[in-house]
Design a protein around this ligand. Structure first.
Ligand SMILES: Nc1ncnc2c1ncn2[C@@H]1O[C@H](COP(=O)(O)OP(=O)(O)OP(=O)(O)O)[C@@H](O)[C@H]1O
Ligand SMILES: [Mg+2]
Ligand SMILES: [Zn+2]
Length: 203
């Protein structure tokens, strides 16, 4: 199947750059529902309709985490993951898109290496990008290392939901998860929370 045309890619890029310019000019600030809940939690589930600001909220949360105290000693203070329905979705929504990390934080750059794609910050923090569409994707998650923060983008649309979620949880040793989903998705990501909205904390 042919990929997007060059013209479409250029238009997207212009749109993303316009979104970034608008954010910088206006000064993006989170709305109350985009501020992580207080207290000791490991999972924050954002279950809200289209355009509610879920992706923006998770991007902002991850950047605040990067700017916060180091989770690990050494040159990589935070080793994180962004998981989407596919690898392309995760890159597009989590980084490149109008609500992704790049639109919030121009210091973050996408780097593709032999081992995969990571988002890299000047302080050494990195977020590796994953899909949840195939057994190969879940294998990659298994070998993705121990993370301190994970962003689960549109989790109910993950084809390998159970396997990918399990691998993600094994890898998340000490940190937090930001999960987001529009409620119209057929599958119920609350299966993994054991709690129902409006309580945004996962056990
Ligand atoms: N705090 C904010 N202040 C002003 N505008 C915002 C804020 N948060 C999000 N928006 C705007 O709302 C729109 C939707 O945001 P976002 O993409 O994060 O929503 P979403 O819930 O992830 O949507 P979808 O369900 O389509 O993935 C964007 O155009 C964004 O600019
Ligand atoms: Mg979104
Ligand atoms: Zn961390």
């Amino acid at each position: 199947m042919a990929g997007p045309s060059t013209a479409l890619l250029s238009a997207r890029r212009l749109y993303d750059m316009a979104a970034l310019a608008r954010r910088v000019a206006e000064g993006w600030a989170p709305l109350p529902h985009q501020i992580p809940p207080p207290g000791d939690w490991y999972g924050w589930l954002l279950l809200a309709g289209r355009g509610a600001g879920k992706t923006d909220a998770c991007a902002n949360w991850m950047i605040e985490h990067v700017n916060g105290p180091a989770c690990m000693p050494g040159p990589i203070p935070h080793w994180m993951a962004i998981i989407g329905p596919t690898l392309g979705d995760a890159v597009r929504s989590g980084y490149e898109g109008p609500s992704g990390i790049r639109a919030h934080d121009p210091r973050a750059v996408k780097v593709t290496r032999d081992g995969g794609t990571v988002i890299h910050w000047p302080n050494g923090s990195e977020a590796k990008v994953f899909g949840a569409h195939s057994e190969e994707d879940t294998d990659r998650l298994r070998s993705g290392g121990n993370t301190c923060a994970v962003w689960c983008e549109e989790m109910a649309a993950w084809r390998y939901l159970d396997q990918a979620y399990a691998q993600m949880r094994f890898g998340l040793r000490t940190g937090e998860i930001c999960t987001e989903d529009p409620p119209e998705h057929g599958r119920d990501s609350r299966d993994h929370s054991g709690q129902s909205p409006p309580d945004p904390r996962l056990p």
